[in-house]
Design a protein around this ligand. Structure first.
Ligand SMILES: Nc1ncnc2c1ncn2[C@@H]1O[C@H](COP(=O)(O)OP(=O)(O)OP(=O)(O)O)[C@@H](O)[C@H]1O
Ligand SMILES: [Mg+2]
Length: 369
């Protein structure tokens, strides 16, 4: 008996063939038994009805002849049928075995970390096609997760290097007596530790958010009020920079959300818009009801975003203009947190832009209560 690759019992094709053989043999036996039980008595009845004139001995001989002719022909037919059916079953078992073998081989490749493996549709029907497609999606996701993880570690190291180098250099200068612990030195040291602390907090927040382990405190609130609160908190900063702040809040009904978290997301979008809009520009915050959703939008007339960056904005540590955005103090985590928070509220967040120099619009949708 052929053994499976992992040695756990016979191969699938062998099992399938065995099962089919059992069915065939059981069928053949049943036909044989029924034919030999029913056939002779029907023949006997026909003879009787035809007004049998033969002697008892002749009748018995006739019946025996019928029984043996019937059993031989049924027997030969059954053996031929079983043989033909087994051949067909063997062919199909082999085909199924080969297709499943391919899927199994591809999935072991994926398990071994080769995520670029592609599982072909085995051509065995809808369920197997779905299985293959699911494997491919799984591999894709694993690959994405793995590359995010690698990227995140690299980014993290990169983010830590600058403040650490600054602290190191200043401590060394203090030790050598080149510098003294005056207020300038303290300010530099403080800003570096501040940067490190913020990084640690952001990373903590984003991992909590992405693992779905967020302490949300949802309650029924007025959707428009949530936006109004976020707007009020930012007004002074807009005035200071000379960016016009337009507000277009329509009554949108109630939402079951954690208002602090939604406020945090809107505040983040409003801050980003201010950062990327030069003085004289305009930012519009709006809120409206669209079918079963409450839709918030923050639209600016500022820097805009090139199409190739749009799909990555919500990734951790993603910044369009790395040097400039870092200079602003951003870690590129705000939108990743925003996305996780909105998804925890069963909503969605998206960004559009007509291109660099043409402003951007960030839209948040939350199911209405
Ligand atoms: N309104 C906007 N206009 C143009 N670019 C934007 C806008 N909002 C975000 N971006 C781009 O998307 C990137 C990611 O934004 P995100 O809020 O995640 O990070 P950040 O603002 O740089 O840092 P953080 O929010 O962690 O302080 C930004 O660095 C910026 O390049
Ligand atoms: Mg931000």
């Amino acid at each position: 008996m052929t053994r499976g690759p992992a040695g756990r019992g016979p191969r699938f094709s062998t099992r399938l063939l065995l099962a089919q053989s059992l069915v065939l043999v059981a069928g053949a036996l049943t036909i044989w038994l029924v034919a030999s039980a029913v056939g002779p008595s029907i023949f006997h009845e026909h003879l009787d009805r035809a007004g049998d004139t033969h002697s008892t001995e002749e009748t018995q001989h006739l019946e025996e002849a019928f029984a043996s002719a019937m059993l031989v022909s049924v027997g030969v037919a059954l053996v031929a049928a079983v043989a033909a059916a087994l051949a067909v079953s063997w062919y199909f078992s082999r085909r199924i075995q080969r297709s499943i073998g391919n899927v199994a081989a591809a999935s072991s490749q994926i398990a071994a970390g080769r995520y670029d493996t592609y599982v072909d549709d085995p051509g065995l029907g809808a369920e197997f096609a779905t299985l293959a497609a699911t494997y491919n999606r799984l591999a894709g996701r694993l690959e994405a997760t793995e590359s995010t993880r690698r990227q995140m570690l690299a980014d993290l190291a990169h983010e830590m290097r600058t403040p650490l180098a600054t602290i190191d250099a200043h401590l060394e200068a203090l030790e050598d007596g080149v510098r003294h612990l005056d207020s300038d030195t303290v300010t530099v040291l403080r800003s570096s530790t501040h940067r490190l602390r913020r990084l640690a907090e952001d990373i903590g927040a984003v991992s909590h958010a992405e693992e779905g382990d967020l302490r949300l405190d949802p309650r029924s609130v007025d959707a428009t009020e949530v936006a109004a609160t976020a707007v009020d908190a930012a007004r002074d900063r807009y005035e200071a920079k000379g960016v016009r702040f337009d507000v277009d809040l329509h009554p949108a009904g109630r939402v079951d959300v954690d208002p602090d978290r939604i406020g945090q997301v809107l505040g983040n979008l409003i801050d980003n818009a201010l950062r990327h809009t030069p003085a004289g520009g305009r930012v519009t915050v709006s809120c409206r009801r669209v079918d079963d959703w409450v839709e918030y939008a923050v639209a600016d007339t500022g820097d805009g975003i090139a199409a190739e960056h749009l799909p990555h904005l919500f990734d951790r540590f993603y910044r369009v203009d790395t040097a400039r955005d870092r200079h602003h103090g951003g870690s590129g985590i705000g939108l990743a947190i925003a996305k996780a928070l909105i998804e925890a509220h069963r909503g969605g967040i998206s960004a559009t832009s007509a291109g660099p120099g043409h402003g951007s619009t960030f839209t948040v949708r939350i199911p209405a209560a």
